[in-house]
Ligand binder design. Structure first.
Ligand SMILES: Cc1ncc(COP(=O)(O)O)c(C=O)c1O
Length: 472
Protein backbone atom coordinates (compact mmCIF):
# COMPACT_ATOMS: atom_id res chain seq x y z
CA UNK A 1 0.00 0.00 0.00
CA UNK A 2 2.99 2.36 0.51
CA UNK A 3 5.55 3.86 -1.85
CA UNK A 4 8.92 2.28 -2.51
CA UNK A 5 10.58 5.32 -0.90
CA UNK A 6 8.57 5.01 2.31
CA UNK A 7 9.39 1.33 2.68
CA UNK A 8 12.99 1.20 1.41
CA UNK A 9 15.83 0.65 3.82
CA UNK A 10 18.30 3.26 2.54
CA UNK A 11 17.59 5.88 5.21
CA UNK A 12 20.48 4.61 7.32
CA UNK A 13 18.49 4.66 10.57
CA UNK A 14 19.69 1.15 11.40
CA UNK A 15 23.33 2.29 11.69
CA UNK A 16 24.98 1.86 15.10
CA UNK A 17 25.26 5.66 15.14
CA UNK A 18 21.48 5.99 15.46
CA UNK A 19 21.05 2.75 17.43
CA UNK A 20 23.31 4.22 20.12
CA UNK A 21 20.97 7.21 20.40
CA UNK A 22 18.01 4.85 20.80
CA UNK A 23 19.79 2.98 23.60
CA UNK A 24 20.60 6.29 25.28
CA UNK A 25 16.94 7.38 25.12
CA UNK A 26 15.92 4.21 27.03
CA UNK A 27 18.17 4.99 29.98
CA UNK A 28 19.51 8.58 29.93
CA UNK A 29 22.00 9.61 32.63
CA UNK A 30 20.89 12.24 35.13
CA UNK A 31 23.15 13.23 38.05
CA UNK A 32 20.31 12.95 40.59
CA UNK A 33 17.44 11.00 39.02
CA UNK A 34 19.46 8.38 37.15
CA UNK A 35 23.15 8.44 38.17
CA UNK A 36 23.81 4.98 36.64
CA UNK A 37 22.19 5.86 33.34
CA UNK A 38 23.90 6.09 29.97
CA UNK A 39 26.00 9.15 29.18
CA UNK A 40 25.41 10.57 25.71
CA UNK A 41 28.77 11.02 23.97
CA UNK A 42 27.42 10.33 20.50
CA UNK A 43 25.71 13.68 19.94
CA UNK A 44 27.67 16.51 18.30
CA UNK A 45 25.89 19.27 20.16
CA UNK A 46 27.50 22.45 21.48
CA UNK A 47 26.13 23.44 24.87
CA UNK A 48 29.29 25.14 26.12
CA UNK A 49 28.35 28.73 25.29
CA UNK A 50 24.61 28.65 25.77
CA UNK A 51 24.85 31.07 28.70
CA UNK A 52 26.20 33.75 26.33
CA UNK A 53 23.09 33.49 24.14
CA UNK A 54 20.82 33.44 27.18
CA UNK A 55 22.34 36.58 28.58
CA UNK A 56 22.02 38.31 25.17
CA UNK A 57 18.31 37.40 25.18
CA UNK A 58 17.90 38.76 28.71
CA UNK A 59 19.45 42.04 27.61
CA UNK A 60 17.30 42.21 24.47
CA UNK A 61 13.78 41.18 25.52
CA UNK A 62 12.10 42.58 22.37
CA UNK A 63 14.16 40.47 20.01
CA UNK A 64 11.60 37.68 19.62
CA UNK A 65 9.16 39.99 17.80
CA UNK A 66 6.38 38.74 20.08
CA UNK A 67 6.38 41.24 22.95
CA UNK A 68 3.92 44.13 23.45
CA UNK A 69 6.67 46.54 22.32
CA UNK A 70 6.98 44.80 18.98
CA UNK A 71 3.35 44.25 17.97
CA UNK A 72 3.96 45.40 14.40
CA UNK A 73 6.84 42.94 13.95
CA UNK A 74 4.58 40.15 15.16
CA UNK A 75 2.09 40.81 12.38
CA UNK A 76 4.79 41.24 9.75
CA UNK A 77 6.42 37.98 10.79
CA UNK A 78 3.20 36.00 11.02
CA UNK A 79 1.92 36.92 7.56
CA UNK A 80 3.10 35.40 4.26
CA UNK A 81 6.81 35.35 3.46
CA UNK A 82 8.18 34.28 0.12
CA UNK A 83 11.06 31.82 -0.09
CA UNK A 84 13.82 34.41 -0.49
CA UNK A 85 14.19 34.93 3.25
CA UNK A 86 14.37 38.15 5.28
CA UNK A 87 17.01 40.44 3.72
CA UNK A 88 18.16 41.59 7.17
CA UNK A 89 18.85 38.00 8.17
CA UNK A 90 20.65 37.09 4.96
CA UNK A 91 22.88 40.16 5.29
CA UNK A 92 23.67 39.32 8.91
CA UNK A 93 24.37 35.66 8.10
CA UNK A 94 26.65 36.56 5.17
CA UNK A 95 28.59 38.94 7.47
CA UNK A 96 28.84 36.30 10.20
CA UNK A 97 30.23 33.76 7.71
CA UNK A 98 32.90 36.33 6.72
CA UNK A 99 33.70 37.09 10.34
CA UNK A 100 34.34 33.40 11.05
CA UNK A 101 36.84 33.48 8.16
CA UNK A 102 38.56 36.57 9.64
CA UNK A 103 37.00 38.67 6.85
CA UNK A 104 39.50 37.22 4.39
CA UNK A 105 36.55 36.54 2.06
CA UNK A 106 33.14 38.16 1.71
CA UNK A 107 29.82 36.52 0.94
CA UNK A 108 27.18 38.08 -1.29
CA UNK A 109 23.75 37.65 0.39
CA UNK A 110 22.21 37.23 -3.09
CA UNK A 111 24.10 33.95 -3.45
CA UNK A 112 22.73 32.58 -0.17
CA UNK A 113 19.78 30.19 -0.06
CA UNK A 114 18.20 29.61 3.34
CA UNK A 115 17.30 26.05 4.34
CA UNK A 116 16.02 24.20 7.39
CA UNK A 117 19.48 23.27 8.67
CA UNK A 118 22.50 21.84 6.87
CA UNK A 119 20.58 18.57 6.46
CA UNK A 120 18.21 20.26 4.08
CA UNK A 121 21.03 22.28 2.46
CA UNK A 122 22.97 19.14 1.58
CA UNK A 123 19.93 17.36 0.18
CA UNK A 124 18.80 20.41 -1.80
CA UNK A 125 22.25 20.76 -3.36
CA UNK A 126 22.17 17.10 -4.26
CA UNK A 127 18.82 17.57 -6.01
CA UNK A 128 20.37 20.49 -7.92
CA UNK A 129 23.55 18.80 -9.13
CA UNK A 130 22.89 15.04 -9.32
CA UNK A 131 20.33 12.77 -10.95
CA UNK A 132 19.25 9.46 -9.42
CA UNK A 133 22.12 6.99 -9.81
CA UNK A 134 24.82 9.70 -10.04
CA UNK A 135 27.62 9.49 -7.49
CA UNK A 136 29.42 11.79 -5.07
CA UNK A 137 32.85 10.94 -3.69
CA UNK A 138 33.28 11.49 0.06
CA UNK A 139 36.43 11.03 2.17
CA UNK A 140 36.11 8.49 4.96
CA UNK A 141 35.41 8.53 7.81
CA UNK A 142 32.34 10.72 7.24
CA UNK A 143 29.25 11.98 9.10
CA UNK A 144 26.78 9.04 9.22
CA UNK A 145 23.84 11.35 8.44
CA UNK A 146 25.13 11.79 4.87
CA UNK A 147 23.72 8.38 3.90
CA UNK A 148 20.29 9.76 4.69
CA UNK A 149 20.79 13.36 3.56
CA UNK A 150 22.50 12.73 0.24
CA UNK A 151 21.10 9.39 -0.92
CA UNK A 152 17.73 8.54 0.52
CA UNK A 153 15.29 10.79 -1.32
CA UNK A 154 17.54 11.91 -4.19
CA UNK A 155 18.58 8.42 -5.33
CA UNK A 156 22.21 9.59 -5.57
CA UNK A 157 25.06 7.29 -4.52
CA UNK A 158 28.10 7.80 -2.29
CA UNK A 159 31.47 6.34 -3.22
CA UNK A 160 34.05 6.46 -0.41
CA UNK A 161 37.45 8.11 -0.78
CA UNK A 162 39.37 5.81 1.55
CA UNK A 163 41.61 7.75 3.93
CA UNK A 164 43.89 6.00 6.38
CA UNK A 165 45.41 6.48 9.83
CA UNK A 166 48.89 6.16 8.31
CA UNK A 167 48.77 9.85 7.29
CA UNK A 168 46.21 11.09 9.85
CA UNK A 169 43.27 10.39 7.49
CA UNK A 170 44.39 13.10 5.04
CA UNK A 171 43.00 13.28 1.49
CA UNK A 172 45.56 12.32 -1.15
CA UNK A 173 45.64 12.48 -4.93
CA UNK A 174 45.79 8.68 -5.18
CA UNK A 175 42.82 8.22 -2.82
CA UNK A 176 40.79 10.63 -4.99
CA UNK A 177 41.78 8.85 -8.20
CA UNK A 178 41.06 5.41 -6.68
CA UNK A 179 37.55 6.48 -5.62
CA UNK A 180 36.87 7.96 -9.06
CA UNK A 181 37.93 4.74 -10.74
CA UNK A 182 35.95 2.65 -8.27
CA UNK A 183 32.81 4.62 -9.21
CA UNK A 184 33.48 4.06 -12.89
CA UNK A 185 33.90 0.32 -12.28
CA UNK A 186 30.45 0.41 -10.70
CA UNK A 187 29.12 2.23 -13.78
CA UNK A 188 28.32 5.30 -11.75
CA UNK A 189 28.60 8.79 -13.20
CA UNK A 190 30.62 10.89 -10.76
CA UNK A 191 29.11 14.34 -10.28
CA UNK A 192 31.21 15.68 -7.47
CA UNK A 193 33.14 15.50 -4.24
CA UNK A 194 31.74 16.43 -0.85
CA UNK A 195 34.02 17.30 2.06
CA UNK A 196 33.32 18.42 5.59
CA UNK A 197 35.76 21.12 6.65
CA UNK A 198 36.48 20.91 9.59
CA UNK A 199 35.77 17.21 9.50
CA UNK A 200 33.07 15.38 11.37
CA UNK A 201 34.16 12.91 12.81
CA UNK A 202 37.92 13.67 12.70
CA UNK A 203 37.85 17.05 14.45
CA UNK A 204 40.52 18.38 12.08
CA UNK A 205 40.47 21.11 9.44
CA UNK A 206 41.59 20.50 5.87
CA UNK A 207 45.11 21.69 4.99
CA UNK A 208 45.82 24.12 2.17
CA UNK A 209 47.46 21.24 0.30
CA UNK A 210 44.30 19.11 0.52
CA UNK A 211 42.09 22.03 -0.53
CA UNK A 212 44.28 22.82 -3.54
CA UNK A 213 44.27 19.16 -4.47
CA UNK A 214 40.47 19.16 -4.38
CA UNK A 215 40.19 22.29 -6.52
CA UNK A 216 42.50 20.92 -9.19
CA UNK A 217 40.72 17.51 -9.09
CA UNK A 218 37.24 18.96 -9.62
CA UNK A 219 38.54 21.42 -12.16
CA UNK A 220 40.28 18.77 -14.29
CA UNK A 221 37.41 16.28 -14.05
CA UNK A 222 34.63 18.92 -14.32
CA UNK A 223 32.96 17.98 -11.05
CA UNK A 224 31.11 19.85 -8.31
CA UNK A 225 32.70 20.40 -4.92
CA UNK A 226 30.43 20.74 -1.91
CA UNK A 227 32.23 22.02 1.15
CA UNK A 228 30.17 21.48 4.29
CA UNK A 229 31.61 24.15 6.61
CA UNK A 230 29.12 23.70 9.44
CA UNK A 231 31.98 23.47 12.00
CA UNK A 232 33.92 26.50 10.68
CA UNK A 233 33.42 28.50 13.90
CA UNK A 234 34.63 25.68 16.16
CA UNK A 235 38.33 25.76 15.19
CA UNK A 236 40.06 26.22 18.54
CA UNK A 237 43.75 25.73 17.81
CA UNK A 238 46.29 25.75 15.04
CA UNK A 239 46.41 25.03 12.19
CA UNK A 240 43.49 27.38 11.62
CA UNK A 241 40.53 27.08 9.30
CA UNK A 242 40.85 27.72 5.56
CA UNK A 243 37.57 28.00 3.71
CA UNK A 244 37.33 26.74 0.16
CA UNK A 245 36.30 30.31 -0.77
CA UNK A 246 39.67 31.55 0.39
CA UNK A 247 41.44 29.08 -1.84
CA UNK A 248 39.37 30.20 -4.85
CA UNK A 249 40.12 33.82 -4.04
CA UNK A 250 43.85 33.32 -3.57
CA UNK A 251 44.09 31.37 -6.81
CA UNK A 252 42.20 34.14 -8.65
CA UNK A 253 39.42 31.71 -9.52
CA UNK A 254 36.46 33.58 -8.05
CA UNK A 255 35.06 34.75 -11.37
CA UNK A 256 35.74 31.58 -13.31
CA UNK A 257 33.76 28.45 -14.14
CA UNK A 258 35.62 26.54 -11.43
CA UNK A 259 34.06 28.83 -8.80
CA UNK A 260 30.62 27.95 -10.19
CA UNK A 261 31.39 24.29 -9.46
CA UNK A 262 31.97 25.05 -5.76
CA UNK A 263 29.15 25.27 -3.20
CA UNK A 264 29.32 25.84 0.55
CA UNK A 265 26.92 24.43 3.13
CA UNK A 266 26.53 26.20 6.46
CA UNK A 267 24.26 26.16 9.49
CA UNK A 268 24.05 27.65 12.97
CA UNK A 269 23.49 24.21 14.55
CA UNK A 270 27.11 23.79 15.70
CA UNK A 271 28.82 27.19 15.82
CA UNK A 272 25.95 28.82 17.75
CA UNK A 273 24.64 25.56 19.21
CA UNK A 274 21.11 26.04 17.82
CA UNK A 275 20.19 22.77 16.07
CA UNK A 276 16.57 23.05 17.17
CA UNK A 277 16.09 26.34 15.30
CA UNK A 278 16.88 24.69 11.93
CA UNK A 279 18.95 27.50 10.44
CA UNK A 280 20.97 26.41 7.43
CA UNK A 281 22.20 27.84 4.16
CA UNK A 282 23.68 27.06 0.78
CA UNK A 283 26.19 29.49 -0.68
CA UNK A 284 26.71 28.92 -4.37
CA UNK A 285 28.74 30.81 -6.95
CA UNK A 286 26.41 29.52 -9.70
CA UNK A 287 23.26 31.64 -10.25
CA UNK A 288 21.39 28.68 -11.75
CA UNK A 289 22.04 26.60 -8.63
CA UNK A 290 21.01 29.55 -6.43
CA UNK A 291 17.78 29.97 -8.36
CA UNK A 292 16.89 26.23 -8.38
CA UNK A 293 17.81 25.79 -4.71
CA UNK A 294 15.74 28.86 -3.76
CA UNK A 295 12.66 27.33 -5.41
CA UNK A 296 13.34 24.00 -3.68
CA UNK A 297 13.78 25.71 -0.32
CA UNK A 298 9.96 26.04 -0.17
CA UNK A 299 10.02 22.52 1.24
CA UNK A 300 12.17 23.46 4.23
CA UNK A 301 12.07 27.16 5.05
CA UNK A 302 13.29 28.77 8.26
CA UNK A 303 10.44 30.36 10.21
CA UNK A 304 10.31 34.17 9.84
CA UNK A 305 10.40 34.60 13.59
CA UNK A 306 13.64 32.62 13.84
CA UNK A 307 15.15 34.68 11.02
CA UNK A 308 14.07 37.89 12.75
CA UNK A 309 15.59 36.87 16.08
CA UNK A 310 18.86 35.69 14.53
CA UNK A 311 19.19 38.80 12.35
CA UNK A 312 19.35 40.80 15.57
CA UNK A 313 21.74 38.49 17.38
CA UNK A 314 24.13 38.28 14.41
CA UNK A 315 23.98 42.04 13.76
CA UNK A 316 25.32 42.70 17.25
CA UNK A 317 28.99 42.69 16.27
CA UNK A 318 30.22 43.09 19.82
CA UNK A 319 28.28 39.96 20.76
CA UNK A 320 29.42 37.83 17.79
CA UNK A 321 33.07 38.77 18.32
CA UNK A 322 32.97 37.87 21.98
CA UNK A 323 30.91 34.72 21.35
CA UNK A 324 33.28 33.33 18.72
CA UNK A 325 36.36 33.96 20.87
CA UNK A 326 34.86 32.62 24.09
CA UNK A 327 33.28 29.59 22.40
CA UNK A 328 36.61 28.58 20.84
CA UNK A 329 38.33 28.97 24.20
CA UNK A 330 35.76 26.78 25.96
CA UNK A 331 35.89 24.13 23.23
CA UNK A 332 39.66 23.96 23.51
CA UNK A 333 39.49 23.54 27.30
CA UNK A 334 36.95 20.75 26.95
CA UNK A 335 38.85 19.03 24.16
CA UNK A 336 42.09 19.14 26.19
CA UNK A 337 40.28 17.82 29.25
CA UNK A 338 38.96 14.80 27.33
CA UNK A 339 42.30 14.05 25.69
CA UNK A 340 44.21 14.31 28.96
CA UNK A 341 41.80 11.91 30.69
CA UNK A 342 42.02 9.45 27.78
CA UNK A 343 45.82 9.60 27.74
CA UNK A 344 45.93 8.88 31.47
CA UNK A 345 43.99 5.71 30.71
CA UNK A 346 46.41 4.87 27.88
CA UNK A 347 44.12 5.78 25.00
CA UNK A 348 45.29 8.18 22.31
CA UNK A 349 43.44 10.39 19.83
CA UNK A 350 44.04 11.83 16.41
CA UNK A 351 45.48 15.32 16.95
CA UNK A 352 42.40 17.52 16.58
CA UNK A 353 41.97 21.29 16.28
CA UNK A 354 38.23 21.71 15.75
CA UNK A 355 34.74 20.38 16.26
CA UNK A 356 32.76 19.05 19.18
CA UNK A 357 34.40 15.60 19.34
CA UNK A 358 37.66 13.69 19.30
CA UNK A 359 38.55 10.80 17.01
CA UNK A 360 39.73 8.20 19.48
CA UNK A 361 42.03 5.28 18.80
CA UNK A 362 40.84 2.22 20.75
CA UNK A 363 42.56 -0.39 18.60
CA UNK A 364 44.44 -1.62 21.67
CA UNK A 365 41.13 -2.57 23.28
CA UNK A 366 39.87 -4.73 20.40
CA UNK A 367 39.74 -8.49 20.89
CA UNK A 368 40.49 -8.79 17.17
CA UNK A 369 41.45 -6.15 14.62
CA UNK A 370 38.19 -6.58 12.74
CA UNK A 371 34.88 -4.74 12.51
CA UNK A 372 33.36 -7.60 14.53
CA UNK A 373 35.91 -6.79 17.22
CA UNK A 374 34.93 -3.11 17.00
CA UNK A 375 31.22 -3.95 17.40
CA UNK A 376 32.00 -6.21 20.37
CA UNK A 377 33.91 -3.39 22.08
CA UNK A 378 31.22 -0.83 21.20
CA UNK A 379 28.51 -2.99 22.78
CA UNK A 380 30.57 -3.35 25.96
CA UNK A 381 31.10 0.41 26.15
CA UNK A 382 27.41 1.12 25.53
CA UNK A 383 25.86 -1.56 27.76
CA UNK A 384 28.49 -2.28 30.45
CA UNK A 385 30.26 1.08 30.73
CA UNK A 386 27.17 3.19 30.02
CA UNK A 387 28.67 5.53 27.41
CA UNK A 388 27.16 6.06 23.99
CA UNK A 389 30.05 6.72 21.62
CA UNK A 390 30.02 6.25 17.84
CA UNK A 391 32.00 3.41 16.27
CA UNK A 392 34.16 4.26 13.27
CA UNK A 393 32.30 1.71 11.14
CA UNK A 394 29.16 3.88 11.42
CA UNK A 395 31.25 6.67 9.85
CA UNK A 396 32.44 4.27 7.11
CA UNK A 397 36.00 4.29 8.46
CA UNK A 398 38.13 1.71 6.60
CA UNK A 399 40.04 0.66 9.75
CA UNK A 400 38.44 -0.94 12.82
CA UNK A 401 39.06 0.44 16.31
CA UNK A 402 38.36 4.18 15.94
CA UNK A 403 35.50 5.88 17.79
CA UNK A 404 34.03 9.39 17.75
CA UNK A 405 33.63 10.76 21.28
CA UNK A 406 31.68 14.01 21.78
CA UNK A 407 32.66 16.39 24.57
CA UNK A 408 30.58 19.57 24.23
CA UNK A 409 27.06 18.34 25.01
CA UNK A 410 27.49 17.76 28.75
CA UNK A 411 28.72 19.36 31.96
CA UNK A 412 32.34 19.08 33.10
CA UNK A 413 31.21 16.83 35.97
CA UNK A 414 29.51 14.44 33.55
CA UNK A 415 32.66 14.27 31.42
CA UNK A 416 34.73 13.47 34.53
CA UNK A 417 32.30 10.67 35.42
CA UNK A 418 32.39 9.31 31.86
CA UNK A 419 36.18 9.16 31.98
CA UNK A 420 36.11 7.43 35.40
CA UNK A 421 33.77 4.80 33.98
CA UNK A 422 36.03 4.26 30.98
CA UNK A 423 39.13 4.04 33.13
CA UNK A 424 37.55 1.34 35.38
CA UNK A 425 36.52 -0.58 32.28
CA UNK A 426 40.05 -0.48 30.90
CA UNK A 427 41.48 -1.60 34.26
CA UNK A 428 39.12 -4.56 34.47
CA UNK A 429 39.80 -5.53 30.84
CA UNK A 430 43.50 -5.60 31.66
CA UNK A 431 42.94 -7.83 34.70
CA UNK A 432 40.98 -10.31 32.60
CA UNK A 433 43.67 -10.60 29.92
CA UNK A 434 46.70 -10.29 32.19
CA UNK A 435 47.70 -13.97 32.33
CA UNK A 436 51.18 -14.89 33.61
CA UNK A 437 52.11 -15.98 30.15
CA UNK A 438 51.56 -12.47 28.84
CA UNK A 439 52.94 -10.65 31.84
CA UNK A 440 56.48 -11.54 30.86
CA UNK A 441 55.93 -9.93 27.44
CA UNK A 442 54.26 -6.94 29.04
CA UNK A 443 57.13 -6.30 31.42
CA UNK A 444 59.63 -6.67 28.63
CA UNK A 445 57.74 -4.26 26.40
CA UNK A 446 56.94 -1.73 29.08
CA UNK A 447 60.64 -1.54 29.91
CA UNK A 448 61.14 -0.43 26.31
CA UNK A 449 58.65 2.42 26.61
CA UNK A 450 57.91 4.02 29.93
CA UNK A 451 55.48 6.53 28.48
CA UNK A 452 52.47 4.24 27.97
CA UNK A 453 50.54 2.36 30.67
CA UNK A 454 51.24 -1.36 30.90
CA UNK A 455 47.77 -2.35 29.82
CA UNK A 456 48.38 -1.00 26.33
CA UNK A 457 51.01 -3.70 25.81
CA UNK A 458 49.03 -6.32 27.63
CA UNK A 459 45.98 -5.75 25.47
CA UNK A 460 48.04 -5.45 22.32
CA UNK A 461 49.40 -8.95 22.98
CA UNK A 462 45.96 -10.28 23.77
CA UNK A 463 44.68 -8.67 20.59
CA UNK A 464 47.41 -10.18 18.47
CA UNK A 465 46.70 -13.56 20.00
CA UNK A 466 42.96 -13.50 19.48
CA UNK A 467 43.43 -11.96 16.04
CA UNK A 468 45.54 -14.98 15.11
CA UNK A 469 42.99 -17.36 16.57
CA UNK A 470 40.18 -15.85 14.58
CA UNK A 471 42.25 -16.08 11.42
CA UNK A 472 42.42 -19.83 11.78
C1 LIG B 1 28.92 17.52 8.77
C2 LIG B 1 27.49 17.77 9.12
N1 LIG B 1 26.65 18.24 8.17
C3 LIG B 1 25.37 18.45 8.44
C4 LIG B 1 24.83 18.20 9.69
C5 LIG B 1 23.37 18.48 9.95
O1 LIG B 1 23.24 19.72 10.61
P1 LIG B 1 21.86 20.48 10.83
O2 LIG B 1 21.48 20.27 12.25
O3 LIG B 1 22.16 21.94 10.56
O4 LIG B 1 20.87 19.94 9.88
C6 LIG B 1 25.65 17.72 10.71
C7 LIG B 1 25.13 17.42 12.04
O5 LIG B 1 25.70 16.76 12.86
C8 LIG B 1 27.02 17.50 10.41
O6 LIG B 1 27.86 17.05 11.34
Amino acid sequence: MLSAKATCNSHGQDSSYFLGWEEYEKNPYHPVNNPNGMIQMGLAENQLSFDLLESWLNNNPDSSGFTAQSVSSFKELALFQDYHGLPAFKNALADFMSEIRDNKVTFNPNNLVLTAGATSANETLMFCVADPGDAFLIPTPYYPGFDRDLKWRTGAEIVPIHCSSSNGFRITQSALEDAYQQAQKQNLKVKGVLVTNPSNPLGTSLSLHELELLVSFISSKKLHLISDEIYSGTVFSSPGFISIMEVLKNKDLLNTDVAKQVHIVYSLSKDLGLPGFRIGAIYSNDDVVVSAATKMSSFGLISSQTQYLLSQILSDKKFTKNYLTENRKRLKQRHDMLEKALHKTGISCLKGNAGLFSWVDMRCLLSSQTFEGEMELWKKIVYDVGLNISPGSSCHCSEPGWFRVCFANMSKETLVLAMQRLSSFVDSSVKKTNHNHWRRHVNKSSRKSKSLPKWVFSLSFATTRSGKNSDR
